[in-house]
Design a protein around this ligand. Structure first.
Ligand SMILES: [Zn+2]
Length: 230
């Protein structure tokens, strides 16, 4: 696991004065699930800023699988660590909010992650949570990546996170194989070109032509390196 992947977020998002005021206005009436979708200007601004801030603080990685999600393709989901419908009082609490990839977010769903579901104060340390908390836990203390590809729990919390977010899913292993291949062959022209060829069609308007050029370049490289005879 890289240092980047093993982040611990040092400070939650700090809402602006206006955002805090808007949250207070909702809170005095009693927070409920639908408040999250409030159309108030500063609630929307809170949600936007929160995602941007946490995306950077999490090194652009999902809180649970630690895979990079490019903003240009799909938005990272705003993730309530403690499920908001069961604990609406923490819906806007920055400590309870991070970003996660859509798949982890979906698998986690409504899972209870508190060790004491009856608690009325938000736990401020790792021991309060069954799941890895991006602000309180060091990922590598709970999960190891076997061969840089497979997720293995080292603690109950690691196992809980793996089972809750289905970190054993095949697409995640595939993604990690790709990352590993790329990392190991970086700078190698063939690996770079293979990566280019795998990019979605939208990158070039004539993919077949592009493929031909790449294959020619690879062959020329092989000849040059003496891998095959010209
Ligand atoms: Zn994820």
């Amino acid at each position: 696991m890289t240092e980047q992947e093993d982040f611990v977020v040092q400070a939650p998002y700090q809402p602006t004065k206006e955002e805090n005021k808007a949250i207070m206005e909702l809170a005095v009436k009693g927070l409920m699930a639908k408040c999250w979708d409030s159309k108030k200007k500063y609630i929307k601004s809170f949600k936007k800023h929160l995602r941007e801030d946490m995306y950077e603080k999490q090194n652009k990685l999902c809180a649970y699988c630690r895979i990079h999600v490019p903003l240009a393709c799909v938005s990272m989901h705003r993730e309530h660590i403690v499920y908001k419908d069961d604990h609406p009082q923490w819906m806007f609490l920055p400590e309870n909010l991070c970003v996660a990839c859509p798949t982890c977010n979906e698998f986690k769903g409504t899972t209870e992650v508190l060790n004491d579901p009856e608690t009325t104060t938000y736990p401020e340390t790792s021991t309060g949570f069954k799941i890895i908390h991006p602000m309180y836990d060091k990922y590598s203390e709970h999960i190891e990546l076997v061969g840089d590809v497979l997720y293995r729990g080292k603690t109950d919390k690691g196992n809980f996170t793996i089972n809750t977010c289905h970190l054993y899913r095949v697409d995640l292993a595939e993604e990690r194989v790709d990352m590993k291949n790329y990392a190991e062959n970086k700078g190698n022209i063939i690996a770079e070109l293979i990566k280019l060829i795998r990019m979605p069609d939208t990158y070039v308007d004539d993919k077949e032509k592009f493929k031909e050029i790449v294959i020619e370049a690879v062959n020329a490289y092989k000849v040059k390196q003496g891998i095959v005879k010209g």
